[in-house]
Design a protein around this ligand. Structure first.
Ligand code: HEC
Ligand code: HEC
Ligand code: HEC
Ligand code: HEC
Length: 368
């Protein structure tokens, strides 16, 4: 049982929490080999190592090295014996799939050229094994190139593409297989191998859809339900760090569109500003579920009746008029609202997130 990599989730804390559970279960499934995808480094190398150790995950990679020491971060290849055949499992990562970790600006890792790597490692593996399986985390086009340039790969499991190959494909002498993402399918290949030289003679490929027709395993179902409850607790704890304890239950945010009808010109200026796309900014980063980002990229997150994921409060995305001026239901014309708005800037434009903030300079850019 093998995997082509990108087992881990996206770069946010909710996904990281779920990834722990996924790793725990994957460990229990008893995989023989898992190729390294760039997503598996989303939470940094120490987290990957912790998961590998804790759940005995058989990750392998032949071309990702520590930049300083030049040493591989994972076993170069794995040898697995099944029915008297020795399989060598080797994985390479495509250098153009950038490793970006959630915490560091630089992963400190280098990705070596896949072709050169395989040309070096395959002859050594050949001495030990009958059949060579590449867990190629390269994407479709590059897998093709690598297989053509490197001779001697018997079977290639394609990672990273998220695309299904319903039938096997033959490139040169190699057989190419893929099953799509998120464990929606399990690919099964019955492989007929010539015992004398380990060459693949025939392959019968089958994709099993893990849909509702597949019965639940009661133990696993109980674990998933248990996990879901703990995940809810996790999210509540994160939110609790940003309590909704400001403002008043009696007041309401009306939303910027409610202001538009009377303040057309102001609206026009606002619509062009970065404030009107602050939520898009964190969406692009996959961080829309993180209180520690929502706080300043929405309207009234810590205020009663402010932004929340549920309707109608989910309309309060972005830094809208009322994020600076206050509850629309408190509309005033005595200058109080202007002073309040001036004071609001630094609650978000703080030292950490806006080190260059200068009221006069910044106001000039968004004045209305
Ligand atoms: C509720 C939080 C919040 C408040 C209050 C706030 N800002 Fe911002 N501001 C942001 C965020 C978030 C961004 C980044 C927007 C993005 O995603 O591009 C930003 C970006 C900006 C920018 C750069 C984008 C552009 O359109 O040029 C300026 C200038 C700016 N703010 C000025 C101000 C001034 C002046 C005030 C006070 C009158 C203020 N902000 C109040 C959160 C806030
Ligand atoms: C304390 C308020 C605050 C928090 C919390 C905050 N931001 Fe921001 N963010 C800002 C402000 C203010 C700016 C605009 C900075 C400037 O232009 O000076 C900004 C700008 C940005 C930008 C650059 C936008 C652009 O295109 O110029 C990104 C990206 C961003 N924030 C993402 C995040 C993420 C992700 C998080 C959560 C991890 C986060 N922010 C948490 C206030 C905040
Ligand atoms: C980033 C914070 C911020 C946002 C967002 C914002 N304003 Fe303002 N607004 C201010 C500040 C600060 C002033 C006062 C500037 C001054 O006169 O010193 C102001 C002034 C005004 C004024 C008075 C203008 C005048 O010349 O008398 C009106 C009206 C107004 N805002 C309406 C709006 C409306 C409507 C929106 C949404 C479409 C909006 N504002 C969004 C910060 C903001
Ligand atoms: C029904 C029309 C109407 C709506 C809706 C409306 N306003 Fe006003 N607003 C006014 C009028 C009229 C004034 C006074 C205009 C003036 O003095 O130039 C005013 C003044 C203001 C001022 C300046 C206050 C001061 O002390 O000088 C701000 C800020 C402001 N509005 C913000 C908003 C915001 C934010 C919203 C949306 C939540 C909003 N308005 C919705 C009609 C409206």
């Amino acid at each position: 049982m093998v995997d082509g990599g990108d087992l881990f989730g996206r770069r946010n804390k909710n996904d990281q929490h779920q990834t722990r559970f996924l790793c725990e279960c994957t460990g229990d499934f008893g995989y023989d080999g898992i190729g390294l995808g760039e997503a598996d480094l989303n939470y940094g190398l120490p987290f990957l190592m912790e998961m590998i150790e804790k759940y005995s995950l058989p990750f392998t990679s032949a071309n990702v090295v520590n930049r300083e020491s030049g040493e591989l971060i994972l076993p170069e290849y794995l040898v697995v014996e099944k029915n008297g055949i020795k399989f060598g499992l080797v994985s390479v990562l495509g250098p153009n799939h950038k490793i970006i970790t959630m915490t560091d600006t630089d992963s400190g890792l280098d990705v070596k050229d896949p072709v050169a790597t395989l040309r070096d490692v395959l002859p050594r593996m050949r001495k030990e094994v009958d059949t060579i399986v590449l867990l190629g985390h390269l994407g479709e086009g590059d897998t093709d190139t690598v297989i053509r340039e490197v001779k001697g790969i018997d079977i290639c499991i394609m990672g990273h593409t998220h695309r299904t190959l319903k039938n096997e494909r033959i490139v040169e002498d190699s057989i190419f297989l893929a099953a799509p993402h998120e464990g929606r399918y399990v690919g099964r290949a019955d492989i007929f191998i010539e015992e004398s030289d380990g060459k693949v003679m025939a392959v019968d490929v089958n994709l099993v859809s893990l849909d509702d027709a597949v019965e639940h395993e009661p133990d696993m179902l109980a674990r998933v339900e248990g996990y879901k409850a703990s995940f809810e607790d996790f999210k509540l704890a994160k939110r609790a760090a940003f309590p909704r304890d400001l403002g008043s239950e009696k007041e309401k945010y009306l939303g910027g569109r409610a202001c538009k009808s009377c303040h057309e010109d102001t609206w026009a200026a606002y619509a062009e500003s970065g404030h009107n796309q602050a939520f898009t900014t964190i969406r692009k980063k996959g961080q829309t579920n993180e209180p520690e980002c929502i706080l300043c990229h929405t309207t009234g997150y810590r205020y009663k009746n402010g932004y929340a994921e549920e309707r109608p409060y989910n309309h309060l995305v972005n830094v809208q008029c009322e994020a600076c001026h206050g509850y629309g239901t408190e509309h005033s014309r005595d200058g109080k609202w202007l002073a309040q708005a001036q004071d609001a800037c630094v609650t978000c434009h703080d030292q950490e997130n806006s080190p260059e903030f200068d009221y006069a300079v910044y106001w000039e850019k968004i004045k209305h």
